[in-house]
Design a protein. Sequence first.
Length: 277
Amino acid sequence: MHPADQSPLGKNSSYSDIYTPSLLYPIPRQPIWQELGLDPERLPFHGVDVWNSYEVSWLTPSGKPEVTAVEFIFPVTANARIVESKSFKLYLNSFNQTVFSDRSEVLRTLESDLSVTAQAPVMVRLLDMSRLQQAGIARLPGECLDDLDVRIDTYDYSPQLLQLAPEGGQVRETLHSNLLKSNCPVTGQPDWGSVLISYAGPAIDRASLLRYLVSFRQHADFHEQCVERIFLELHKLLGDKCELTVYARYLRRGGLDINPWRSTQAGMPDNLRLARQ
């Protein structure tokens, strides 16, 4: 049984518009990490999951609605849990007819509820419309793989496709692709995204990398696990001394987009809103 099978995902749901924190449904990360051969106490990466919501609203004491976009930063630590996305959406909807005294109360409520559910401190930032507009649309850095003239016939997850470039030497480069697609492991619905790969180490054969990324096309996994698989396979290919960052920007569903970041280097990714997001 998948850890999300008992969640609201893929089921008919009644929508509450009165604040209901019990709607949040946590999913442990450990079962998938166990499948990937990872020790939660010795993860080979630093990581955060950056979520953005564009459908958050509540009522002021005068009864006037407010609306905002919200950025959420979920840390990836040994005991941290994933918040199942549909339950997250239902929870945010429960703010719609709830009166909050001010934006600070909304912020404190979100941080408290999500940190309890995730079992880790979640950072929250409210973005008003002018701030969101000023941020604009970003582009992924580095070279795009998508125009490579390659023949592809594998659409099931195939890490054996990855190869180093023959006589490629040592490089430091940033590559990206907009061809990432996987499927929800519960509903089977497609998840579309772009992925950024930045590394220093032996040169990766770019055609093999593109074939490998496309092989996720029929793969069923959550966003976070897809990125961790990509990181682990590339890390294995490049060797323990490499520097590696994998950052996926998925398209939103239900007003939420999920953007996992995994890296050998500690830090925090830029929250780059892409044209398709």
